[in-house]
Ligand binder design. Sequence first.
Ligand SMILES: CC(C)(COP(=O)(O)OP(=O)(O)OC[C@H]1O[C@@H](n2cnc3c(N)ncnc32)[C@H](O)[C@@H]1OP(=O)(O)O)[C@@H](O)C(=O)NCCC(=O)NCCS
Length: 220
Amino acid sequence: MSYPVNCVLIGAGGHARVLLDCLSAAEVTIAGVVDQNPSRWNSIFCGYLIVGGDDQVDSLKTRGVTHFILGIGGAGNTSPRRKVYEWACAKELVPVTMRHESVRCSRTAQVGLGVQLMPGCIVNAGAIVGVNTIVNTGAIIEHDCVVGEHVHIATGATLAGTVRVGSGAHIGAGAVVRENIFVGCNSIVGAGAVVVKDVPERTLVVGVPARPQAQKAETK
Ligand SMILES: CC(C)(COP(=O)(O)OP(=O)(O)OC[C@H]1O[C@@H](n2cnc3c(N)ncnc32)[C@H](O)[C@@H]1OP(=O)(O)O)[C@@H](O)C(=O)NCCC(=O)NCCS
């Protein structure tokens, strides 16, 4: 691969702003930004033109764009990220994997395509992080954790050793998951929760210790 790669940024919200702050110009050129909100079209976002909605991606491809970076954070709902990721891959765009210079990622960790390792996060020995997962600012993934695809480990969350997180789950800001715990697919761990028991699929847990809420996580 030759650098910098020519890239479209999909999404122009807060997470995208942080990404732009993190990306190295030596590795990525942003050819344009697309966003689903028409009120943002033809405006400047962090110095880049929002060229329109998703329908502009074909036009960007004819102008040499080969890669995409997903600027959607999701705030507790990982479903939009998954859908847009799959849509962009189907367009034969290559996901950019982002690793901020401040990240400590073990040589023995495995990180999938499109993963975003945000400032100050730690991914320790033997951990596996699936495609399109965000490990947000200051989050810690301890040794031998297995984190699935399209997961969001939010700012400051900690997974202790050998935790498994199913695809599409969201681990809220500052939450702690005790060692060896399993968090099921598409579940949500609320901000600040301390998880000491396995969490079934599609379940919302909050509190210390974390307990299931009557409300189920959104059907994906
Ligand atoms: C758990 C969560 C998903 C619930 O969201 P919601 O369904 O919109 O819930 P609401 O804000 O309507 O609150 C519903 C109830 O749950 C309580 N609650 C909400 N979040 C809570 C949390 N993290 N811990 C404990 N209680 C919580 C509220 O106090 C409220 O209680 P009440 O009915 O007695 O008043 C959300 O609050 C959360 O923690 N999201 C994670 C956000 C995050 O990590 N963002 C990171 C971005 S980097």
